[in-house]
Design a protein. Structure first.
Length: 215
């Protein structure tokens, strides 16, 4: 009985030691498997909750939006908690999370989510597309042929014989009066002179008759 009881005790001790060792290994490995990179994306922000990453400060996290940094690469230890505001957008955005764990590449994360457009956001006006150029070449205006002008007919100058002939058209009265030196008072003067001549002749006749009677 003593031999059997001693052997059972030794076996029990070995089993206890093995169980304790296995439990210790499991506990030491537990933090490595407990990484929880929780994150969410809405139309306006990105929420990050990274926990149980150990005490190493070589853990890194990066967030990009459509290829541009929203959160430049940042180091963290056991946990990282942050909310990032997305830029205003009228189209869906592609949000990418990159987490690198210090205790092994198998715990790294590279995930992408889509940020929807917030309600009430007015899309930008569509750009008007200019009309395509016509394949038919535009007609060039034909050169107008200048109108042919008839040559000017030279004016015939009168010959010397024609210039000497008097004009058939009557000249104005004023011109005739100017040429003869008379004026419109000439007939009146001529009439008065005639009266004087007649009166003088009558007086001379009467005087001769008186002389004859007296003799």
């Amino acid at each position: 009985m003593t031999l059997f009881s001693g052997s059972w005790r030794r076996r029990g001790a070995l089993i206890t030691a093995a169980t304790a060792g296995a439990l210790a290994v499991g506990l030491s490995a537990a933090p490595a498997f407990a990484h929880t990179p929780t994150w969410s994306v809405t139309c306006s922000e990105v929420s990050l909750d990274l926990t149980a990453y150990g005490n190493s400060d070589k853990n890194t996290v990066t967030v990009t939006v459509d290829g541009k940094d929203l959160l430049p690469t940042e180091n963290f230890k056991d946990g990282f908690h942050k909310k990032l505001t997305l830029p205003e957008h009228t189209n869906e955005l592609s949000v990418r999370l990159i987490v690198k764990a210090a205790d092994g590449d198998q715990f790294n994360r590279d995930e992408t989510k889509t940020a929807p457009v917030c309600e009430g956001t007015t899309p930008p006006p569509a750009e008007s597309t200019p009309p395509a150029p016509s394949e038919t070449p535009a007609e060039t205006p034909s050169e107008e042929t200048p109108a042919e002008t008839a040559p000017a007919t030279p004016t015939e100058e009168p010959t010397s014989s024609e210039a000497a002939l008097p004009s058939s058209q009557p000249s104005p009265a004023g011109d005739n009066l100017a040429e003869t030196g008379s004026s419109s008072a000439t007939p009146m003067i001529a009439g008065a002179a005639a009266v004087v001549v007649v009166a003088g002749a009558g007086i001379m006749w009467a005087a001769r008759k008186r002389r004859t009677v007296q003799n």
